[in-house]
Ligand binder design. Sequence first.
Ligand code: GLA
Length: 389
Amino acid sequence: MPATRISAAFQQRFGYAPLVVRAPGRINLIGEHTDYNDGLVLPAAIDKEITFAVGLNGTDRVRLLAHDKDELHEVALADVRPGPVQWANYLLGVVAQLQQRGVAVPGFDCVFGGNVPMGAGLSSSAAVECGLAFALNELLGAGLDRLALAQLAQAAEHQYAGVQCGLMDQFASLFGRAGHVVQLDCRSLAYAYFPFEAARYHLVLCNSGVKHALASSEYNTRRQECAAGVAVLGRHYPTVASLRDATLPQLAAHRAELGEVVYRRCHYVVQENTRVAQACAALAAGDMVTVGQLLYASHAGLRDDYAVSCPELDKLVALATGRPGVLGARMMGGGFGGCTLNLVEAAHVTGFIESMAADFLAFYRRGLETYQTVIVGGVSTVAPGEAVA
Ligand code: GLA
């Protein structure tokens, strides 16, 4: 019961009662690398969560305790800036963003920890940012709504972690709804919930165990490649302000001018937006077979056109394909490692996990970490004694 553990650690270290907040990681059913292209995404918050205990300490200092690492980081509020301690940067980035929005942040203490695997592509960083932003907003009565908190957390990631991410991860952590995936239109910021039939289908994650050092630099490169594509298309079609507006015939007509790399990046994004819309229609119709086929197609695009997969992720998708009860599989998140997402009939989940682990071990000579997921609600406070994931 992490909430109790984190709250007890806080009391023990700082000697007073904190506000306790839980912040979930996320899966993304489909819609990868579309968020920063004004496109559509379909994520959900999951029961891999980070718990925060936060309290105002009456000083001008911030004391941060990473419970799982047992590391303390202390800094004066006047000295908040990105530093060498990476985990602290996510939290300090949130403080800086609040300050930039005119919120006077007084000294506070924070203990956090949880069970979101790090570097597995489940957005532990977004959970960290959103959890602290939510807690401070509550404690200070700053009155920011969930969308403002998501955008603030995204800006923290840009400025303190150096990843020019879209809004998906932070939005999913804050706007998740139990038993539902949420479609976010990253241009209009309109969103809609679609029920996910958890009694019949499960989303199982297989961790490639790869944490690619290139993940953030290549991520930013993809953003630039998409922007380069928009610049070319915009010269020919004034209505194209982002890849959300582009069509496959337009891309085909200017393939040479775009160049092969940029063409392929744009080709993937335009197709992926269509797939998200198709997946939502299929979900609404209860057609999970189609959803599964869209997952396979998404993976092929991420591998071949967007070039953000890696051999281990491709192998995991290949291993899952055709296995009993598997409807679809794809790499999930930014790429270059992390997990695959597998849509599996509930009755086949145990067999799926066992057989995947055995085949992975036979091929790579190392164990396969898998996670079963339950779709939960977004960031919230935790009442004393309340159990969380
Ligand atoms: C990372 C980013 C998100 C999104 C995904 C890819 O998780 O943080 O904003 O771009 O990659 O879909």
